[in-house]
Design a protein around this ligand. Sequence first.
Ligand code: TZP
Ligand code: MG
Length: 387
Amino acid sequence: MTPHERIAERIENAMRARRAHRSQDAREISVETVATARVEGSRRDLIAALSGLGRIERDLGNDSGAIAAYAEATALARVEGEPSLLAHLLRNFGATHLAAERPTVAEPYLREALEIDRADEGCDALELANAVRLVAELSERLGNRYEAARLWYEARVRYAALAIAEGVRECGARLEGLEAAGVVPLRGIYGIVDRAVSNEPLALLDSLLDAGVRVVQYRAKAGVDPRVVRAMHAVTRARGALLIVNDDLACALEADGWHAGQEDLMERDPATIRATLGSRIFGVSCGVPGEALAAERFGADYVGVGPYAATGTKADAGAAIGEAGIRAVVDATRLPVVAIGGINAGNLAGVARSGASMAAVISAIARAADPAAAARDLIARWDALAR
Ligand code: TZP
Ligand code: MG
């Protein structure tokens, strides 16, 4: 037997003892295995032995032992330079701190693990779902409730795709808790303050927020004014809503998210956008299912799809795609779909039927005699339809 085989066998023995609830035996074997790996094993053997020991220390409630083992394993994995191994250890390391009520210590590890997994094309789908769930948990503990809501939503979608009912239930329950606390996931009426339609963006914003809209986009095709973004963001932040900026990525960094068209993506390397935005929301306008799948790969949080119906607001919007056109994208992507274009109280039912998560509206609110009343009416209708 080579040293590697001997170490692998002992790790397996420890795991068998662990599964048989002989935790103390498992710990003894693991401590010895680590000692052997230090003398005879490769760096990888030692990482595996430490990782096993960390797992068992966690079972025994010995946080400091688990943290010491994971800290060393993680440091070695950085030298080893294999991303999936490093992400796995960072996740366990972070989870141990999180379980020990030290979310601020856990934060950099869990975030780095998620970043690595997202960037890794070959990442195991379950590992990624778990990574998202852990950062959702972390955000909630840190009080970042919007980020938590988005990540619970994403984790739920990922578990559903893997048919893991328990994960779907757990994430759904967390989302409901955040919803009850008035935090918004990407669902309902998405209000757009379009400079070309409204000369008083802050007044329209107030109407939207008064009505209960919780996701607002600022759209200014003649140029996004950073002062308006700052003023709007101060208001949305104070009133518990999200502000997403269209087109201008630099200004979006002063708000909660960025909405990009296909042409915006062509101007830059899409692979870098997620990293630039950090935990902010990233939305992408898509016309066909293929574009939505590409948006998923670039790390988008939602896709905008339309025009649902004829619109006078966007001259080059193209022909209306209707309920079937929206549904084609809903069926193709795991991301929430935001339907847009010519949406009003009279045709909202078809949007809800299409499976879209949100309905984005410009003129039916901004051009109404009473924008707040129009937005309130749309929200009430959507809530009744989505039930
Ligand atoms: N993208 C597709 S249609 C559209 C955009 C920005 C305009 C939506 O405006 P309205 O007034 O709600 O039809
Ligand atoms: Mg654009």
